[in-house]
Design a protein around this ligand. Structure first.
Ligand code: KG4
Ligand code: ZN
Length: 339
């Protein structure tokens, strides 16, 4: 067995730590701050950073205890370096540096998107390249061709809102709480997907990019133009039709890209991949095209540290103690992923 990696993730509103050995997840602990941010209708960066600071040490201890190992058994420490909320990232990076330095271990600086892509490499899904990956989260929506897990190649991405952002904003327009994804999915389950025709951004057979600004505005008008607030049944129809307009292009462009690239499999990642309707749409498309569909467990789709431990095994480590001067970075690099 490869020496386990202790991985830490604090890029947004989840404080997470995990121990991963090769493809095996020995532990994965996630302390979500969602309840803390819910009253504000979105993540408040300063609140997130302060909460990470108070939580991260306990989460790391729990991950090590659950895996039944101590720091001396760890081969390396891995941490999300970018992209994300800078104050939140800093807590994870400073913690990881301190732990790695004290234990005289190498440190691996991991890109959060690389983590989402590498999640399907973990057991029990255990997908190997080549495949096309769709990562759809609150901050990102992108398609990558993965022929080598060390260097995913960007095929397309959103030109405005991320899919999860569009879903969260749509949920808010329909009076649902934050985060809106699960609530919108529940409401949509009782509505009609064809009751409303919402526009799909960037149509065309060769499109690999996404746009969700138009559909969001269309929902805004559909809600505002009514004389009376929609009743429960009408809200469900709006939710189902809106969700369909966001999810359909994700599924269709993922399948089309895999067929074009001639790969045998597609993978889902990111928080939106927890959505049952997206899984169904991609599942149907993959079956029609004869592709294997790899979907990690929901807990590995939403933000977690096990995926960071996975990606760290495809990222060059920095030897002890050369990483002390390295820092967190809020933005994504030009190619989209620092792998
Ligand atoms: O990957 P993630 O946990 O965090 C980011 O890196 O952004 O993704 C969070 C996003 C949110 O927009 C949330 O509403 C969405 O994933 N999400 C869902 C579902 N569960 C979470 N969207 C649709 N359906 C769901 N069941
Ligand atoms: Zn994420």
């Amino acid at each position: 067995m490869r020496a386990p990696v202790l991985a830490i993730e604090t890029s947004c509103d989840e404080t997470a730590a995990a121990v991963v050995a090769g493809r095996r997840v020995l532990s994965s602990v996630v302390a979500s701050q969602a309840d803390l941010h819910a009253p504000y209708g979105g993540v408040v960066p300063e609140v997130a950073a302060r909460h990470h600071l108070g939580t991260v040490n306990g989460v790391v201890d729990e991950a090590l205890a659950e895996a039944g190992i101590g720091l001396r058994d760890v081969g390396a420490v891995a941490v999300t370096q970018r992209p994300g909320l800078i104050g939140a990232l800093l807590i994870g990076v400073a913690t990881a540096k301190a732990i790695a330095y004290a234990a005289k271990k190498p440190l691996v600086m991991v890109d959060h998107l690389h983590g989402h892509i590498a999640a399907s490499w973990l057991e029990p899904v255990a997908l190997d390249p080549p495949f096309v990956s769709l990562v759809a989260s609150g901050g990102h929506t992108r398609l990558d061709l993965v022929t080598d897990l060390r260097a995913p190649r960007l095929l397309g991405q959103t030109i405005d809102d991320a899919a999860g952002e569009a879903i969260d904003k749509g949920a808010r327009l329909l009076g649902l709480g934050y985060p809106g994804g699960p609530a919108l999915e529940r409401l949509a389950a009782t509505g009609s997907r064809t009751a409303h025709r919402f526009p799909v951004g960037l149509r065309g057979p060769d499109t690999r990019d996404f746009s969700f600004a138009g559909v969001k505005t269309a929902l805004l008008y559909a809600v505002r133009e009514r004389r009376e607030p929609p009743d429960e049944g009408e809200r469900a129809d709006l939710a189902a039709s809106y969700q369909e307009a966001v999810l359909r292009p994700l599924a269709e462009r993922l399948i089309a890209a895999a067929v074009d690239e001639g790969v045998p499999a597609v993978a889902l990642g990111g928080g939106v991949a927890a959505n049952g309707r997206l899984r169904e749409l991609v599942g149907e498309g993959a079956a029609r095209a004869g592709l294997r569909l790899a979907v990690p467990d929901r807990s590995l789709c939403t933000d977690n540290a096990a995926m960071i431990g996975a990606a760290s095994q495809f990222t060059d480590p920095v030897a002890w103690p050369d990483y002390l001067g390295l820092d967190a970075v809020a933005t994504a690099p030009p190619g989209g992923i620092a792998a």
